[in-house]
Ligand binder design. Structure first.
Ligand code: ZN
Length: 355
C-alpha cells in the first residue's frame, strides 16, 4: 500500500464516528472520493456515495459501514458524572480505565471512565464482570450544573486513541470495525476506475450498521435507492489466530492470510465464484468462511432489497473486535481492494446471476 493510501486509512481510523454520528469519517471519505469519482452524494441517513460510469449496467453497490461502536450520555448526575448506554455491542471490561472523547456541541471534550480503585472493590464484587451501568464518565466537572454547560443528554463518545503500528504489517486502532471496510470500498472503486470497467459501480460508506441489528442499518435504504443488481459488502470478521479460541468451534481465520470470502445461503454463487477467480488471477490467497444463514452484516440488508440482490461478502480478518485495540493487516486491506477491483473490471453487461 502506498504512503498516501496508508495515510488516508489512518485518518479514517482516527476520525470519531459512532453510529448516527459518522460525519467526521464520511467527510474524509467523500473528499478522497471527489479526487476520482464521477459524482459523490449523501442521503438523508448519512450514507455517502461515490460512483463511476453512471448509466452503465449492471449497477454494483460496494458497501462498507463507516460507523463504529460508541457510548451515549443518558444521565448527568448532581455531582457532574456522566452515565452512559452503549451505541452498539460493548464488552464493558474493556472500558475500565479508558480515556474517552465526548463529542459535544462545543467540540471534542476529554473524559475518563471511572471505577472504584482495586483497594475499594468489595471482595464479593471483585470476581464479577463489570457492567456498563456500573461505569461512569468523569469530565472533571465540579457539579451537575457545570457538567450540563458542557455536555448534553444524547452526546456520544468514543475511546480516545490513535492508530499505532505493530511491526511492519499490523495496525491497532479503535475503529477497525469497520472503517477498514469503508476504506476498502473506496479504494476498490479507485482501482476499478484505474483498470477500466464496463459496469456502473457505486461505493457506499454506509451508516448505523452497529445498531442496525437484523439489517436495519443505513445499507437497507442505501440499497433501495441505488437498486443494484450486484452488492459486494466489505466488513471485518473475527481472526481466530490468538490464544483461547477453539478453531473447531470458530473456524481458522488468520491475520495476513488474505481476504475472507463468505459462502452460504445469503451469498450469490456467481458472485462468490467470480471473486474467487479474480483472487486467483491476481495471485492472492483467500480464506473461506462458512456462513449458513444470516451474515450479521450489511450483506443481509443489501440481499433483501426490493426483489433481491446478488451479494458477495468479503471480510477482513480482525483480531480483538469491539475492543479499543483491534488489529488488522495492511496487506489484507490492500489485497481485498485488489480482488474486488479485479472482479469488477471483468464484469460485463451480459453476466447472469441466477446460475
Ligand atoms: Zn461491529
Amino acid at each position: 500500500m502506498d504512503t498516501q493510501t496508508r495515510d488516508l486509512l489512518i485518518r479514517l481510523l482516527d476520525a470519531p464516528g459512532p453510529s448516527g454520528h459518522e460525519g467526521a469519517a464520511t467527510a474524509i471519505w467523500r473528499a478522497a472520493a471527489e479526487g476520482f469519482a464521477d459524482r459523490t452524494w449523501a442521503d438523508v441517513h448519512g450514507n455517502t456515495f461515490a460512483e463511476i460510469n453512471p448509466g452503465a449496467t449492471p449497477t454494483v453497490m460496494l458497501a462498507g459501514h463507516a460507523d463504529e461502536i460508541g457510548l451515549m450520555v443518558h444521565h448527568i448526575d448532581d455531582e457532574g458524572f456522566l452515565w452512559v448506554v452503549g451505541v452498539g455491542g460493548w464488552d464493558p471490561q474493556v472500558l475500565v480505565g479508558q480515556r474517552v472523547d465526548v463529542l459535544t456541541g462545543q467540540g471534542v471534550m476529554a473524559g475518563v471512565v471511572g471505577r472504584r480503585a482495586v483497594h475499594l472493590i468489595r471482595e464479593d464484587d471483585s470476581a464479577k464482570a463489570v457492567k456498563l451501568k456500573d461505569l461512569w464518565i468523569d469530565i472533571g466537572a465540579g457539579s451537575g450544573a457545570e457538567a450540563k454547560t458542557r455536555v448534553s443528554i444524547g452526546d456520544v463518545a468514543v475511546i480516545r486513541s490513535d492508530t499505532v503500528n505493530l511491526g511492519d504489517d499490523l495496525l491497532a486502532a479503535r475503529s477497525i470495525d469497520n472503517r477498514v471496510g469503508a476504506m476498502v470500498v473506496l479504494e476498490s472503486l479507485r482501482r476499478t476506475a484505474e483498470r477500466g470497467c464496463k459496469a456502473h459501480v457505486v461505493a457506499v460508506a454506509t451508516v448505523q450498521e452497529e445498531i442496525g441489528y437484523i439489517a436495519a442499518g443505513g445499507a437497507r435504504t442505501g440499497a433501495f435507492g441505488l437498486d443494484p443488481q450486484v452488492g459486494i459488502v466489505v466488513d471485518v470478521t473475527h481472526a481466530t489466530d490468538h490464544p483461547t479460541i477453539e478453531k473447531t468451534e470458530h473456524g481458522d481465520i488468520r491475520l495476513g492470510r488474505g481476504p475472507v470470502l463468505a459462502r452460504g445461503a445469503a451469498i450469490n454463487r456467481m458472485v462468490f465464484t467470480g471473486l474467487a477467480a479474480a483472487a486467483r488471477a491476481e495471485d492472492i490467497e483467500v480464506q473461506i468462511q462458512a456462513v449458513p444463514a444470516m451474515t450479521g452484516t450489511d450483506a443481509d440488508a443489501v440481499r433483501m432489497s426490493r426483489a433481491g440482490v446478488a451479494v458477495g461478502l468479503v471480510s477482513i480478518p480482525n483480531r480483538y473486535m469491539h475492543t479499543p485495540n483491534q488489529l488488522v493487516s495492511v496487506t489484507d486491506v490492500d489485497q481485498t481492494a485488489d480482488v474486488i477491483a479485479s472482479y469488477l473490471s471483468g464484469l460485463t453487461e451480459s453476466i447472469d446471476f441466477t446460475g
